[in-house]
Design a protein around this ligand. Structure first.
Ligand SMILES: N[C@@H](CCOP(=O)(O)O)C(=O)O
Length: 451
């Protein structure tokens, strides 16, 4: 398996180089040359494995012979030591042997250490990058722009790792209070994780990171690596849970189509789902559910892509006006909008609708969703209304609701209890450096910490 730049198919790299370099030398996004197709018979055996072992088998297709099978299995078992349930609003768990009578499940991806789906990719990436760096003796400065969840997951995954410093850039006032507390308390005073609050939006943070990578001298000076989903090493592991979850859902309801609703922002999670589908995972359609920051929905509906400045919403992790993975999605579909439309259905919702649905669903069922999951769930309902055929729906539940306690408590008029992992963040003093959204400010800060 080799990778090429989405801007130049002739520019090639192996997985290890693509992961550690993050972007191609021409600034393009690394893409796998082919998406490996896994025959249905092999898929069936993957579905019978634990998620960790299934992930290791899938990872082998993308990582060439960099890791031997035992090493990959050990890596994935270590990374994925937590649960990934599919549950109904009543809390019944999908078990292919005894499926509950339901057509809708939440695919809860938030049971990892930082309580968001980003842990899945961050933990694979962290372990894979660490082995590669140990082998080559290289070091890296990781830059990660976050609108709430990625930064915490990456900080946690690389915490204490030799030869690595992580710089998390978040938009000041653009993440929830709990997320901010989490982002600013990773590790103790001498930790290798450094947090910067940027006076700007997430798009400004993302532009800063990309600006740093666009300067080869800067990249070389600090050995920069990106841990955002511009890095193919972040996107590939985001396909693993779609393969495993779809095999389980299909085993429970073999006669029904499978439709997955993904709350979306930077489109990395959708890209992971599309890769899974192209590998042969039994997924019929994706609902791509956005808040009002929805240039991808415009593209699906009108055929024109117009990135624009993001606006703040309740579902802050999706406040992205220029999604990073848009070119990857076009590339996966050979720029063919009609084919893309057959697979992806886009829809967006404003905050009032989101808050009202979150409250109503909680009162009626007792199941509390985070605002992002709520957007995904409304997407499921809207799609099902238009396509009342027999299907199983999975709504991706991206983050634990307690990460958004500040807004949720107002919406449901109740106090939420904090899971232990979040409560711990409140026992640690915040460490954060404010910076202006300029490359000079970022470079100045990197130099003051690293040189
Ligand atoms: N929604 C993300 C933004 C970063 O996007 P990614 O696709 O690079 O992970 C977040 O929560 O930080």
């Amino acid at each position: 398996m080799t990778y090429h730049s989405h801007l130049d198919p002739g520019m090639a790299a192996r997985f290890g180089d693509a992961l550690l370099a993050s972007l191609a030398p021409d600034g393009g996004l690394w893409m796998p040359d082919v998406i490996p197709h896994i025959p249905a018979s092999r898929m069936a055996t993957l579905g019978a494995m634990s998620f960790a072992d299934c992930a290791a088998e899938l990872a082998a297709h993308f990582t060439d012979s960099l890791f031997d099978p035992d090493a990959l299995r050990a890596l994935c078992r270590d990374a994925y030591s937590y649960d990934m349930p599919m549950v109904t609003s009543a809390g019944e768990r999908l078990d292919p042997a005894m499926p509950p009578q339901s057509d809708h499940f939440f695919l809860e991806l938030f049971h990892g250490p930082t309580l968001a789906f980003k842990d899945f990719a961050a933990r694979f990436m962290g372990r894979a990058a660490s082995r590669l760096m140990q082998a080559s003796g290289e070091r890296r400065t990781i830059l990660v722009a976050t609108s709430g969840d990625t930064g915490g997951a990456i900080g946690d995954a690389f915490l204490g790792q030799d030869g690595v410093d992580v710089f998390i850039l978040f938009p000041e006032g653009g993440v929830s209070t709990v997320q901010e507390q989490q982002l600013c308390t990773i590790g103790g005073a001498n930790s290798n994780v450094h947090t910067l609050s940027v006076t700007g939006t997430f798009d400004d943070c993302q532009a800063l990171v990309k600006g740093a990578f666009a300067d080869p001298a800067l990249s070389a000076r600090f050995d920069l690596m990106s841990a955002n989903s511009i890095n193919v090493g972040r996107v590939i592991p985001q396909s693993f849970y779609y393969v495993w979850a779809s095999l389980h859902a299909k085993a429970a309801y073999p006669e029904r189509d499978l439709v997955i609703s993904i709350p979306s922002g930077n489109l990395g999670n959708l890209t992971g789902g599309l890769i899974a589908q192209q590998m042969g995972a039994p997924i019929d359609r994706f609902i791509v559910a956005h808040n009002v920051n929805d240039p991808f929905v415009d593209y699906l509906v009108v055929g024109e892509y117009r990135p624009r400045p993001s606006v703040p919403t309740l579902s802050n992790a999706m406040d992205i006006g220029r999604p990073n993975n848009f070119p990857r999605i076009l590339s996966l579909f050979d720029q063919n909008l009609e084919v893309l439309r057959r697979v992806c259905w886009g829809v967006s919702f404003d905050d009032d609708t989101t808050a009202a649905h979150l409250r109503r669903h909680y009162r009626e069922t007792g199941y509390l969703m985070c605002p992002h999951t709520t957007v995904g769930h409304m997407g499921t309902l809207a799609f099902r209304h238009l396509h009342p055929d027999d299907a199983t729906f999975l709504t991706v539940a991206t983050a634990h609701p307690a990460k958004f306690a500040d807004s949720l408590e107002k919406i449901i008029d109740e106090t939420l209890s904090m899971p232990e992992r979040l409560a711990r963040a409140y026992q640690t003093e915040k460490r954060v450096t404010p910076i202006e959204p300029t490359l000079d400010a970022l470079v100045g800060h990197l130099a003051s910490v690293l040189e």
